[in-house]
Design a protein around this ligand. Structure first.
Ligand code: NAP
Length: 340
């Protein structure tokens, strides 16, 4: 029996109240999985995401609590662990590198070690997914980035994610763990946190459409990013753990757009051609450690997992703006109908 079989299997998703955690939990639930999702004690975004997490067994767990993770493994004996929780804001990672390192690296090492001990107790082999990132590649390169591209991380976030990525490979090779890195390029949805730029652009366009003004402050609007839809990317995560061999996969669209494109598409989706009037260029928001362009080469995932992104950039941005308009006009912050 493999994880591809549609029988009741248990998945443990860390960070289930984050954007990806929510989409992945819904995907697995729709395929008959029992899903246990962890949320950060006290400060979690669960209050916001609860309407989307019906049927998910929620437990409080701080990722940095390694012993607590062992207790979760004993209590729920999951077949798969998807580690999505993280200090996920790249720019802000300079504010508390120690917290970032603990959350994004040390916790991953503790989890991998726990999985080895779990197996030694002859409990069962557990498959492990780690949310790696395009940020591990840094900012100096040419062409599309692939699984063998060297890491040159340039922020505390990227340094921690890069080391966690290497740990996953080490544990796979040394301990024969079924452990995979999904090298995720930027992906968005109407449920992306407001600290992220695509979400702020969508909110600004929606506000303009509703006769309001919510200026969006940006650094450099000519940076290129490979933007995809979270709903597509969680399918790639699922396929990685359902595959017969573990590996690392770039999860990307293979095409890039600029922030300027995103602004134009967002405003055009609500019939506006004046995005510049709602833009505040703030050069200090531009960081020298930020890449000018990030483009992924998803051909390994296409070939081996039969996965490819299906949502277009235009549809993604338009959906984000449409949900923001709904939020403003209805006054309802979260609703299942926003899932589309
Ligand atoms: P997200 O919405 O920020 O979700 C991350 C979740 O982790 C949040 O719910 C957060 O809880 C939780 N968390 C943070 N610190 C924690 C701790 N100490 N203990 C327990 N939970 C903690 O991020 P996402 O967009 O879903 O991304 C999922 C994963 O993919 C992350 O690992 C991220 O680094 C990675 N990734 C994302 C992208 C992207 O474009 N979205 C790209 C590359 C990689 P709170 O709400 O309480 O803070």
């Amino acid at each position: 029996m493999t994880l591809a079989d549609p029988v009741t299997r248990t998945a443990l998703i860390t960070g289930v109240a984050g954007q990806d955690g929510m989409y992945l939990a819904r995907l697995l639930r729709s395929q008959g999985w029992h899903v246990v999702g962890t949320v950060r004690p006290g400060l979690s975004s669960l209050a916001r995401m609860a309407p989307y997490l019906g049927g998910v067994q929620i437990v409080e767990h701080d990722l940095r609590d390694g012993l607590g993770f062992g207790d979760l493994m004993t209590r729920f004996s999951p077949d798969a662990v998807f580690n999505l929780a993280a200090f996920s804001a790249v720019g802000r990672s300079w504010t508390d590198p120690e917290l970032v390192t603990h959350t994004n690296l040390i916790a991953v090492g503790q989890m991998l070690e726990t999985l080895v001990r779990h197996r030694e107790k002859n409990v069962k082999d557990v498959r492990f997914f780690q949310a790696s990132t395009a940020e591990v590649f840094g900012s100096e390169f040419a062409g599309a980035l692939h699984e063998e591209t060297a890491h040159r991380p340039r922020t505390p976030y990227a340094v921690a994610k890069s080391a966690a990525h290497q740990l996953v490979i080490s544990y796979r090779e040394h301990h024969d763990l079924f452990a995979c890195n999904g090298i995720l390029f930027n992906h968005e949805s109407p449920f992306r946190g407001r600290q992220f730029v695509a979400s702020r652009i969508a909110a600004a366009a929606a506000a303009a459409a509703c006769g309001q003004r919510l200026p969006v402050a940006l650094g450099d609007i000519d940076i290129h990013r490979d933007w995809g839809a979270a709903v597509d990317y969680v399918e790639a995560m699922r396929r990685m753990l359902a595959h017969d061999v573990p590996g690392d996969y770039v999860v990307a669209t293979g095409t890039t757009h600029t922030l300027r494109d995103m602004l134009n598409v967002a405003f055009a989706s609500v019939g506006r051609d004046d995005p510049e009037d709602h833009l505040e260029i703030q050069p200090h928001l531009w960081s020298t450690t930020q890449a000018e362009s990030l483009r992924g080469d998803p051909s390994r995932a296409e070939r081996e997992l039969r996965w490819s992104a299906t949502t277009s950039f235009e549809d993604l941005v338009a959906q984000m703006v449409a949900v923001e308009v709904e939020r403003i006009t209805s006054g309802v912050g979260e609703s299942e109908k926003y899932l589309g």
